[in-house]
Design a binder for this molecule. Structure first.
Ligand code: FAD
Ligand code: NAD
Length: 468
């Protein structure tokens, strides 16, 4: 292997965590490289995650809305090939955008698989199959992300038994789809195919949908809304296994507590039971870096492994598996390197589920606040009483504030409603600034906007709303 000049920072992985870290490091004046093995920048999020799924969610929503809500249109037909092309156009435009940003900021883009071979040394096997190269770096940032957790006994072929990667690329609408796992991926991808005509059944082990972290009230409301849209739910239900036959797939289920076995059939099964850290081929064992029982690379508060100049960010370590969380960590990790301090407020990372309506939340759930024993207030306001939502004929959902009863400080905000993912930004800022519900209630919100529901829910927490 030949050797190259030393870098100040080498980032392994070009996803939202890694590419943001690389750009930030270059902006800080550090000689930086980013190694990525998939042949495109942007990681899971841009190539097979956030972006393609949101393209399909947006277009399937438009199709569904035209078909079901606009009554006087005839001859509306689905063009799935076109829908997939639109998705690919968004993805390729955005990956090229990151390549441009790398060039603009002077980040060396190394295409290949990086393996740690020493505390300051990475061997790269190039994507094009050329000779392996050894790179040396003063600092290394690992951002290798995550992969879908497989379901034991169900072999993924990404055509009929799929993870989200196959689910964003089906070539026809399945008649029947079973989704194993009622978390965010299950509900987003289930929504896409349900809107396009599939009969979707979600099998969830727990008693609520939405995955870990969703407020119980909100999960119940969301389940009602999605059920009305045609999705079926089997909660408290365990999948025992499945048989993939030539004509269909049979999935055996039973009540989580045990009971009578039942069988469901489908032509496509989506496995969406969570994601796990990805470290295969990374060579952690060569340098003695540890992972925990769930495969997450162990780090301290400054993202350092036990080799202090090797830091780790994003899905491959602790915390929520979210693109914006990985990005925040990318910036903070670089700031620790360049300035000696960095900052991420883990109490104010928003979550958004891009169904229709969207669900979005930040801070604590009501069940978490209740568990602390601290007295609290709830203020909520339904979109059915909001003038803009009524004008848009889009009135499902509500805004819910949870505040400290003594101080009125906001503890959590939970929204189900049109554009909840945009609206939650105001809540995140409020939490960052340590705001009270009265701070929001006394802030003027334009009329007629959906955000008036946000203000009125805040008013409901410390006083009374006007319009409900
Ligand atoms: P990744 O994005 O996984 O990137 C890691 C990169 O490292 C990969 O490109 C991989 O090829 C590369 N790599 C791995 N090992 C090596 C190696 N040894 N050498 C070189 N390269 C390597 N999050 C949101 O916030 N919003 C959403 O709407 C959203 N939607 C999602 C939808 C789906 C279907 C999925 C699957 C995920 C979604 N997520 C969403 C989660 C989001 O994609 C992840 O949290 C995010 O991508 C994590 O970023 P990362 O940089 O840590 O890792
Ligand atoms: P998740 O953790 O959100 O949900 C998995 C669900 O599967 C949980 O409800 C869990 O109880 C259930 N489950 C686990 N094992 C099961 C089993 N054997 N049988 C039935 N149900 C089972 O995971 P996900 O939906 O796969 O998403 C993975 C990650 O990707 C999440 O961390 C999520 O935050 C991220 N993601 C985010 C977005 C977004 O921000 N909009 C979108 C997609 C994915």
């Amino acid at each position: 292997a030949s050797e190259t000049p030393e870098h100040d920072v080498i980032v392994i992985g070009g996803g939202p965590g890694g590419y943001v870290a690389a750009i930030k490091a270059a902006q800080e004046g550090l000689k930086t490289a980013c190694i990525e093995k998939r042949g495109a920048l942007g990681g899971t999020c841009l190539n097979v995650g956030c972006i393609p799924s949101k393209s399909l969610l947006n277009n399937s929503h438009i199709y569904h809305q035209i078909l079901h809500d606009v009554k006087n249109l005839e001859g509306v037909k689905l063009n799935l090939t076109q829908m997939m092309k639109a998705k690919e156009t968004s993805v390729s435009g955005l990956t090229k955008g990151i390549e441009y940003l790398f060039k603009k900021n002077g980040v060396d883009y190394i295409k290949g698989t990086g393996t740690l071979t020493g505390e300051n040394e990475i061997k790269v096997n190039p994507l094009d199959g050329g000779e392996a190269q050894t790179y040396r770096a003063k600092n290394i940032i690992i951002a290798t992300g995550s992969e879908a957790t497989p379901f034991p006994g169900l072999e993924i072929d990404e055509k009929r038994v799929v993870t989200s990667t196959g689910a964003i690329a089906l070539t026809e609408v399945p008649k029947k789809m079973i989704v194993i796992g009622g978390g965010i991926i299950g509900l987003e991808m289930g929504s896409v195919w349900s809107r396009l005509g599939a009969e979707v059944t979600v099998v969830e082990y727990l008693g609520a949908i939405g995955g870990p972290g969703m407020d119980a009230d909100m999960a119940k409301t969301m389940q009602k809304i999605l059920s009305k849209q045609g999705m079926k739910f089997k909660l408290n239900t365990k999948v025992l296994g499945g048989d993939v036959n030539a004509d269909d797939i049979k999935i055996k289920i039973e009540a989580a507590k045990g009971g009578k076995e039942e069988q469901l059939d489908a032509d496509v099964v989506l496995v969406a039971i969570g994601r796990r850290p990805y470290t295969s081929g990374l060579g952690l064992e060569n340098v003695g870096i540890e992972t925990d029982e769930r495969g997450r690379i162990v780090i301290d508060q400054e993202y350092r492994t036990k080799i202090p100049h090797i830091r780790v960010i994003g899905d491959v370590t602790f915390g929520a598996m979210l693109a914006h969380k990985a990005e925040e960590e990318g910036i903070a990790a670089v700031e620790y390197i360049s300035k000696g301090h960095g900052h991420v407020n883990y109490g104010a990372i928003p979550s958004v589920m891009y169904t229709h309506p969207e669900a979005a939340w930040v801070g604590q759930t009501e069940q978490e606040v209740k568990a602390t024993g601290k007295p609290y207030n709830i203020g909520s306001f339904p979109f059915s009483a909001n003038s803009r939502a009524k004008t848009n004929l889009d009135t499902e959902g509500m805004v819910k504030f949870i505040t400290d009863k003594e101080t009125d400080r906001i503890l959590g905000i939970h929204i189900i409603g049109p554009n909840a993912g945009e609206m939650i930004a105001e809540g995140v800022l409020a939490l960052e600034y340590g705001a009270s519900s009265e701070d929001i209630g006394r802030t003027s919100h334009a009329h007629p906007t959906l955000s008036e529901a946000f203000k009125e829910a805040a008013m409901a927490a410390y006083s009374k709303p006007i319009h409900a």
